[in-house]
Design a protein around this ligand. Structure first.
Ligand SMILES: [Zn+2]
Length: 455
């Protein structure tokens, strides 16, 4: 893990992040018609978020018990919940709320991270930031469904309901923490007979965030499905660079052109060899410039690069990937761009794991809802994941405790148990208590900071 550095802005401290969420919570539309306003929309949003942040489906139940016993609770001291609603009340209050009001929190957190230089080490040699796009299938049922579910009718008449989100995240080649940007959801679209597609969702995402991508020198990384002529043209028009996986089956014309270029001696090549301690790995790179992406006269011309890695001793292929990009890749830079392109797989390990496993599991705590609940809870879950990432990078105490406890699971199990039995004035007080119990002294903290400053 990297060493945290002193947070240079209050805007990325835990309390400020929660204040940002409170601000959005207080603007949420309240669809109740009567005067049954015991719980505010803000309390509902903060309560749902607290479950994801603490990774504990029982957090709210424990805090209600504590409130009865002690007249105070950690839901209030950590997250500012005034009255803790029941799970059913959270579901009823949050179901009519679309996820979009929370998206600005992802953007402003990203901008603060850039502002304090926390993402400098995420930049490529060319000074760019890598953002991955990926469609994630995160819910499936034959019974439970809502207005936003995708539907698939089978031959026997049964219907499968599902949800897919387009997940996006900032990632660095050598960084283990990824930072989600706002997601986009695949939902039934007005006026379209067909189901929503990942490309259509990506186009909507682009419409909303193209200025952000442009302003922060973002390169988009994505799978073959996004390496689609009209979508790539949209990106070119918006002035946004991309490196997309480009497979032979879906890009036959492009591969034929590459073959022709190679025959005519118009491709560039690089071969490298490295010893990994057990065997020699040979990497063979091929570059073809200005190749049409599809078989039409107006096809976009892209630069193509391919990397095949195999074992010299056995001849066995280890990786074989190819990419399309508008970037001017050369034999000097092709290794670097290949590493950048492969960074995308991090989103599958880091970000999508949260969406698929933790998100799926925890939404069951509140139910699926009939309108937006499933999507809004997923957004709050992603927000908790983002805030954990911010604390990992910016809060020395948080990182020291996490490092000491080893696994994520141990940390959150301890948080769950401690917050059940003990009242803490703040989240910082909980971290201080854990540090004291684990005998992490402040000199470690000072060492960590001075090392970081000398880097
Ligand atoms: Zn649904």
């Amino acid at each position: 893990m990297s060493i945290p550095f002193e947070c240079k802005t209050d805007k990325l401290k835990f309390n400020s992040l929660i204040d940002d969420l409170k601000e959005i919570g207080s603007t949420l539309p309240d669809s109740r018609t009567g005067s049954n306003g015991q719980y505010t929309m803000k309390d509902a949003a903060l309560s749902a978020f607290s479950v994801f942040f603490t990774q504990s489906p029982s957090f709210l139940g424990f805090q209600r018990d504590m409130e009865r016993r002690k007249g105070k609770n950690n839901g209030s001291s950590f997250f500012g919940v005034v009255n803790i609603p029941t799970d059913a009340e959270i579901r009823n209050l949050m179901d009519p709320v679309a996820p979009h009001p929370f998206f600005s929190l992802f953007v402003q957190t990203f901008e603060h991270l850039v502002g304090v230089g926390a993402l400098d080490k995420y930049r490529t040699a060319q000074g760019k930031l890598l953002v991955s796009l990926d469609g994630v299938y995160y819910f499936s049922s034959e019974k439970i469904h809502c207005e936003q579910c995708r539907t698939q009718t089978h031959k026997n008449g049964t219907i499968t309901y599902s949800h897919v989100a387009l997940a996006t995240a900032v990632m660095g080649v050598k960084q283990s923490v990824v930072f989600p940007l706002p997601p986009e959801f695949l939902t039934p679209q007005d006026g379209h007979d067909k189901q929503d597609s990942e490309i259509a969702a990506a186009s909507r995402w682009l419409k909303a965030y193209a200025p952000l991508c442009k302003a922060y020198d973002i390169i988009l990384l994505a799978d073959d499905i996004f390496c689609h002529d009209p979508f790539c043209k949209l990106l070119m028009k918006a002035g946004i660079e991309f490196i997309f996986t480009c497979k032979p089956d879906s890009h036959q014309t492009l591969y034929e052109w590459v073959k022709d270029f190679e025959r005519m001696g118009n491709t560039e090549h690089l071969t490298t060899k490295m010893w990994n301690g057990k065997q020699h790995l040979i990497s063979e790179y091929k570059i073809a410039r200005q190749v049409p992406l599809r078989n039409t006269d107006d096809a976009l011309l892209v630069n193509f690069f391919e990397c095949r890695v195999y074992c010299e001793e056995t001849g066995k292929d280890l990786h074989h990937n190819a990419f399309a990009t508008p970037i001017d890749v050369s034999v000097e830079t092709v290794e670097d761009y290949t590493i950048q392109a492969r960074t995308r797989w991090k989103i599958e390990n880091e970000n999508n794991n949260t969406l698929k496993n933790q998100g799926y599991h925890l939404t069951h705590n509140f139910g699926h809802g009939t309108k937006f609940l499933s999507m809004t809870l997923l957004t709050l879950n992603l927000l908790a994941f983002l805030y954990h990432g911010v604390l990992t990078l910016m809060d020395a105490n948080y990182q020291l405790v996490r490092d000491e406890l080893g696994t994520r699971e141990t940390f959150f199990n301890d948080v769950k148990a401690l917050t059940r039995y003990h009242y803490f004035e703040s989240f910082q007080e909980l971290l201080a208590f854990m540090m004291k119990g684990l005998e992490i002294d402040s000199s470690q903290k000072i060492n960590a900071r001075s090392q970081s400053q000398s880097l």
